[in-house]
Design a protein around this ligand. Structure first.
Ligand code: ADP
Ligand code: TRP
Length: 323
């Protein structure tokens, strides 16, 4: 059984793109692998510098992920801040990290261009990410393609540390999700919080329906045949139902046949969302009403994470002469 680790940076509610792009995969992985998933709260501090907002984002990410089906009985689910050993590992790694390796990263420059403050924390973000990863000895790290450089840095740092101090860290493999899988938002651009075009399946029913009805369409008249593949509503339907699902082929037929307006397609998408996420929506409400339960789940996850991470940290301290 392979050990798998991934992290989610909390920056607000998890949207349908986050689910299809990441959480759904974690839910599948937890069935057959030893899965570690954490909420990257220390990383979030590089962009969210308001205590109440950060707390809220972490809480929401936790509740959303649990509602979507991350099962604390089957995976180790924890908050980064509950395992401060990773910051010690980050320091050990930063002492073998050539500064030139950080100079080469594109994410830092991109984020500063987008308005994030050019802090040392933002600059060293990949070292902390390497620490998160190497801390649990994972075999595989599944992430979006945009994370490839950070995974390569983690691998480089593991190798460098092992060369300098002797075999300490496992060198993990990255597993990258396909680019083509990026889900469009209601305006047709990539669904992203930063574009304000997301669909949040945990919204109240009325608001969710309104949101779906806002999805962009072209101006093909109702009676004309339509092309499903290029239509955002269809793309979302297909992503949620599955490209091979009979309901998807049936909807594609209705597009091609003509006589169906986009409003009908949107209604079908809305009904699909209510159906597919009905149980998750109910769970999300229950979790919101029981913060004590969420807290206990996270505390238990942190304890299990610390048991593993504490061991790896001790190994690294010994290798470096600090123990
Ligand atoms: P956002 O763009 O909304 O800020 P993040 O960058 O926090 O989202 O993404 C968190 C995770 O969700 C990443 O693993 C990313 O690959 C995935 N993800 C985000 N948006 C999409 C999308 N539109 N389609 C597929 N996956 C996505
Ligand atoms: N940088 C990742 C992102 O923005 C989040 C993250 C932090 C992460 N530490 C990680 C992902 C470790 C995988 C492994 O999505």
């Amino acid at each position: 059984m392979a050990r798998v680790l991934s992290g989610v940076q909390p920056s607000g509610r998890l949207h349908l793109g986050n689910y299809c792009g990441a959480i759904q995969q974690f839910v599948e992985l937890q069935r057959e692998h030893e899965l570690f998933v954490f909420i990257a709260s220390y990383h979030a501090l590089t962009s969210t510098q308001d205590a109440d907002t950060l707390r809220q984002h972490v809480r929401e990410a936790a509740m959303d992920a649990l509602a979507f089906g991350l099962d604390p009985e089957r995976c180790v689910f924890y908050r980064q801040q509950d395992v401060p050993q990773v910051t010690e590992l980050a320091w050990l790694l930063s002492c073998v990290c050539p500064k030139s390796l950080m100079d080469k990263q594109v994410a830092y420059k991109d984020k500063v261009d987008k308005g994030l403050s050019a802090s040392l924390g933002l600059y060293a973000y990949p070292v902390l990410q390497a620490a998160d990863i190497l801390a649990v000895d994972p075999d595989v790290v599944p992430v979006g393609k945009d994370q490839k450089q950070n995974i390569e840095i983690a691998r480089d740092l593991a190798e460098k540390f092992n060369r300098v101090f002797g075999q300490t860290f496992t060198v993990p493999e990255g597993r990258y999700r396909q680019d083509g899988a990026a889900l469009p938002g209601i305006d047709g651009e990539k669904m992203s919080k930063s574009y304000g075009n997301t669909i949040n399946v945990f919204e109240p029913e009325k608001a969710l329906r309104k949101r779906v009805m806002k999805i962009v369409t072209d101006s093909t008249p109702v009676e004309d045949p339509k092309t499903p593949e290029t239509d955002v509503t269809f793309q979302l339907f297909s992503a949620v139902a599955g490209a091979d699902d009979p309901a998807t082929s049936e909807l594609a037929e209705r597009y091609r046949a003509g006589g169906m307006g986009y409003g009908h397609a949107k209604q079908s998408l809305f009904e699909l969302l209510m159906d597919r996420f009905g149980a998750a929506r109910k769970r999300r409400e229950e979790l919101a009403e029981d913060p004590g339960h969420v807290e206990r789940v996270l505390a238990d996850g942190a304890e299990r994470a610390r048991a593993v991470i504490g061991g790896v940290t001790e190994r690294a301290r010994k290798a470096a002469g600090l123990a």
